[in-house]
Write a protein that binds this ligand. Structure first.
Ligand code: C2E
Ligand code: MG
Ligand code: MG
Ligand code: MG
Length: 279
């Protein structure tokens, strides 16, 4: 009896594995098709300082023909485990730079910056600097308005190489910021060597900032660290006016989060910027 049970368990496991592998393979195939079929789209989430929208973070969305709009957490990890993230990342950069050039040419949006999330696989590519500069040149985007978001873990993985690439792009005006700051393991020794312009306080510290004194202390420390290193600071995940006020009190002047707006299609973002200017 025990033997039979064991066999069933193995069979169940095998079926489950086959399902998981098949699902993943199908996702990979679909992602590849999505790229050529033009099913990807960038949503933009406002970044606010004072009563001004100062920039946007570009966030990838997949308009799946049957499943509807899919967020990046569902497919970026799969794309990152294959080479797919490279053409996908290049598409994102190009689309964001095209948008940057359009905004630069319009009356209410010429001041906007655009932040783009970069994957470790992109940063590790030998041609990353050259390809990025080519996209900037092709699209006519102002490199000085482009920000690239990297994370602590990415930077630690290949410090020397990463610093060299960041510096090369920095010389052309491209700025770098450390996303989800405080959740990784970067040492202060690394941090001071990176050619960064900004730290982004992770939303896990913002969520309970009003009720958890530790989170408030961490946010305060990140602000102090940014000031000591001469970096600007932004907080993500700001959902309420009270969180915003607390962050402001702790010395963080710039915010991104549902309180100001969810990631949205570009037309909605334009409406928001115009409304903020003309109100
Ligand atoms: P991230 O770069 O930290 O982006 C912020 C995420 O937090 C976004 O999720 C955004 O929708 C969400 N968010 C913003 N404000 C709030 C808020 O007030 N409350 C809460 N609960 N969430 C908020 P999203 O769009 O699902 O993106 C998830 C992650 O996927 C991003 O985290 C980023 O790491 C990655 N990602 C997105 N687009 C790209 C891309 O084009 N390339 C790469 N490599 N990664 C991307
Ligand atoms: Mg980000
Ligand atoms: Mg985060
Ligand atoms: Mg983030």
């Amino acid at each position: 009896q025990a033997k039979a049970d064991g066999r069933n368990t193995v069979r169940f496991f095998e079926t489950w594995m086959e399902d998981a592998v098949a699902r993943r393979t199908r996702l990979e195939v679909e992602l590849r098709e999505a790229l050529t079929a033009g099913q990807f789209d960038l949503y933009y989430q406002p970044q606010v300082e004072g009563d001004r929208v100062v920039g946007a973070e570009a966030l990838l969305r997949w308009r799946h023909p049957r499943r509807g709009l899919i967020g990046p957490v569902e497919f970026i990890p799969v794309a990152e485990s294959t080479d797919l993230i490279l053409p996908m990342g290049a598409w994102v950069l190009r689309a964001a730079c095209e948008q940057l050039a359009r905004w630069a040419a319009a009356p209410y949006s010429a001041h906007l910056t655009v932040a783009v999330n970069i994957s470790i696989r992109q940063l590790m590519e030998d041609n990353f600097v050259r390809d990025t500069l080519a996209i900037i040149a092709d699209t006519g985007a102002d490199a000085g308005r482009l920000k690239l978001e990297v994370t602590e873990s990415m930077v630690i993985e290949g410090v020397e190489e990463t610093i060299a690439k960041m510096e090369a792009l920095r010389r052309h005006g491209v700025r770098f910021l450390l996303d989800d700051f405080g959740t990784g393991y970067s040492s202060l020794a690394y941090l001071k060597r990176l050619p960064l312009e900004q730290l982004k306080i992770d939303r896990s510290f913002v969520r309970d900032i009003l009720v958890d004194p530790n989170d408030a202390s961490i946010a305060r420390s990140i602000v102090a660290l940014a000031q000591a290193l001469g970096l600007s600071i932004i907080a993500e995940g700001v959902e309420t006016a009270a969180q915003r006020d607390k962050l402001l009190e702790l010395g963080c002047p710039r915010f991104q989060g549902y309180f100001y707006g969810r990631p949205m299609p570009v037309a909605d973002f334009d409406d928001l910027v115009i409304a903020a200017v003309t109100q």
